[in-house]
Write a protein that binds this ligand. Structure first.
Ligand code: MG
Length: 252
């Protein structure tokens, strides 16, 4: 782990007993795949996460743009999680939403977008709880068209929704939802309260999570380098994140 000051958390695995660990999934724990459903889940990763969660007194949460159903499919074990960037939220096995969203309006927009997207080969439309994602990883040349469609959609939906761009994906999300808000919500409750938060993410969508843990005196870690970020540390790749987690598990 490289960072602007030393020692790094990696140098001091003993510190983990006081941490609250927040982990993004795609591009952080898992390598990105052309199709979001085609990601490879390394063997033992769930077991390692469960061991870490146990060592942290339960203060480990997966914080992802994916819906909870995906998170549970990839990482069985009823982990604490913020799904769909925090529009879904689960702590200690109890789920709650992000508040009122106009799902009927979202359903109408989804139907329209699905029709429009048929003219854009390689663009994958995903209906999430309280959100819509438009993936164009398989068709980056369609970016302008996709952004245009998404922009028009959010105009129709009004101020209760916002656009969020990620790596070759754009999403329509409730305005009051984000990874920073989700992390802060965990940190106000046991077993997270009073611990030092560490958040590892890889994307623009993780930046408000980095800002939140910086404010809380924690460690922000961005996977990959060469882009402007609020994160104070870097890990090179998802493989490096997994190696680092394996070191933590070995030091338990
Ligand atoms: Mg990610």
């Amino acid at each position: 782990m490289t960072g602007s000051y030393a020692p790094t958390p990696l140098d001091c695995p003993d510190w983990i007993r006081d941490w609250a660990l927040f982990l993004d999934i795609d591009g952080t724990l898992l390598d990105l795949a052309p199709d979001p459903q085609a990601v490879h889940i390394p063997l033992r990763l769930s077991t390692q996460l469960a061991a870490l969660a146990h060592r942290l007194g339960g203060a480990l949460a997966l914080v992802s743009g994916r819906p909870l159903t995906d998170i549970d499919q990839f990482f069985p074990g009823d982990f604490d999680a913020a799904g769909t960037h925090g529009a879904q939220w689960r702590l200690g096995g109890i789920e709650s939403g992000a508040g009122a969203t106009d799902d009927a309006a979202l359903a109408r927009i989804f139907a329209t977008l699905r029709e429009e997207a048929q003219r854009l080969p390689g663009v994958i439309l995903e209906r999430k709880p309280h959100a819509i994602a438009m993936h164009y990883r398989q068709a980056p040349e369609q970016e302008a068209q996709v952004l245009c469609l998404a922009g028009h959609a959010v105009e129709i939906l009004g101020s209760a929704f916002r656009l969020q761009t990620g790596k070759l994906v754009i999403e329509l999300l409730p305005t009051d939802v984000g990874k920073g808000i989700a992390i802060e919500r965990f940190m106000r409750r046991p077993p997270y309260f009073g611990r030092t938060p560490i958040f590892i993410g890889d994307d623009q969508t993780d930046e408000d999570g980095f800002a939140a843990v910086n404010t809380l005196g924690g460690y922000s870690v961005r996977v990959g380098e060469g882009v402007p970020t609020q994160a104070r540390f870097h890990l090179h790749s998802p493989a490096a994140v997994r190696d680092w987690l394996a070191v933590l598990v070995a030091n338990l």
